[in-house]
Design a protein around this ligand. Sequence first.
Ligand SMILES: NC(=O)c1ccc[n+]([C@@H]2O[C@H](COP(=O)([O-])OP(=O)(O)OC[C@H]3O[C@@H](n4cnc5c(N)ncnc54)[C@H](OP(=O)(O)O)[C@@H]3O)[C@@H](O)[C@H]2O)c1
Length: 423
Amino acid sequence: MAAKKFDIIVFGATGFTGKHCVKELAEVWDENPDLKWAVAGRSMEKLRSVVDWAAEKSGRDLKQVEYVCADIQDDASLNSMCQQGKLILNLVGPYHFYAMPVIQACVKNKCHHIDISGEIQFLERLQLEYHEKAKEAGIYMVESCGFDSIPADMGVIYAKKMFPGILNSVESYLSSKSGPEGSKFNFGTLNSGMNVVSHFREIQAIRNKLHPTPLPTYKPKLKVKNRVFYSDFCERWSVVFSGSDVPNVERSQRYLYEKENQRPIQYAAYATEKSLAVLLGIILVVVNLAIFAFFRCGRKLIEKYPGAFTFGAFSHEGPSDAQMAGTSFNFKFRGRGFSSEAVEKTEKEDMEIITQVDGPEMAYVATPIVMVQSALTILQEADKLPERGGVYTPAAAFYKTTLIDRCHQHGVKFSVTKPAYKL
Ligand SMILES: NC(=O)c1ccc[n+]([C@@H]2O[C@H](COP(=O)([O-])OP(=O)(O)OC[C@H]3O[C@@H](n4cnc5c(N)ncnc54)[C@H](OP(=O)(O)O)[C@@H]3O)[C@@H](O)[C@H]2O)c1
């Protein structure tokens, strides 16, 4: 890659997630003192106040941080940004509406790109249309490097690494904890979620082109529980978690099967709550949101009154510091497989492992941690990345790297709860 002025440019630094990403980069700068980075956005004034805010919150001197003016509606500004940066951390969402001009500028100017999107149509279309172009340009575009989907995707890789036999299936159970002030999310996340719903019809056509041949069936087949159920495993009420984690893990496992000849791990994801009433309430809110999000006027109403539609869970102001400090997440993984190749032939799982990924508030604390560590991994471990560029899910890009250790050291922790044992 030609010499560039900055290693990392945070684009969308003025957004709620963006400013927390700037703070995270400020905090890891001590460990990477040679790192040259800049913030980018469409308002210089807003960018300056974000850097001042991050300097105060992190207690770091950020006078050396530079500013890049870039607007999605101005291709020249995007090209100029990508000419100056080796890697763009892109936090301008919804990605369906805003990301393609940035992607094109990255390809044209040979600049790596990291997103934190959970919008499956955008993610799979990006892989379909840009994998070869990114490879030709010699750049990496790694998708979903936030809470969606590093804990799930790398969590499956971690379970596989810790399993002494042949792993066949993994179930994950996600729970979150709030402090006395409760948890809240910024409207940006809800906006992207609404976009997934309103474009859900597009996904099958994209998938048919992306993966024209199905994966072979491996047995025993993992049964997905399509109902609300009490899980004795995590002692909580559980329901299928229909975010981008499952499709992302499936794409990673397909990549590892097709390129590395590894047995694909079947995966099912569940969200959990202690109280059945709370879980049923959440399901009701999600169904209601999905119905409204399907119509343009419904989306306008949600945008105007996000709190009213979500019992205050989403707002245009985002969570307070106290709400973020009191919130944390935990992913429990139950992996099952075979203790030997001989047992694999019987198609009966005889061994189980329990692992977990846990960390701080997911959207604005854990996401910046794993996003920044993903960027550093691309810049510092190029020899462990696949092929010579392309569009990848996190596990496809990072399975040979030290990303899990890096995240662990920075607070998103991967651990074995119960080492593998015979069933
Ligand atoms: N994977 C995860 O777990 C995770 C977690 C958090 C967020 N996210 C995703 O991250 C994205 C951002 O979320 P957020 O809550 O931070 O949203 P946000 O606060 O609304 O921030 C949006 C950012 O986009 C910028 N922007 C909008 N239009 C632009 C344009 N024409 N040119 C340049 N910049 C423009 C905004 O700049 P201005 O300030 O100038 O308006 C702002 O910096 C969403 O897609 C969300 O779903 C994912």
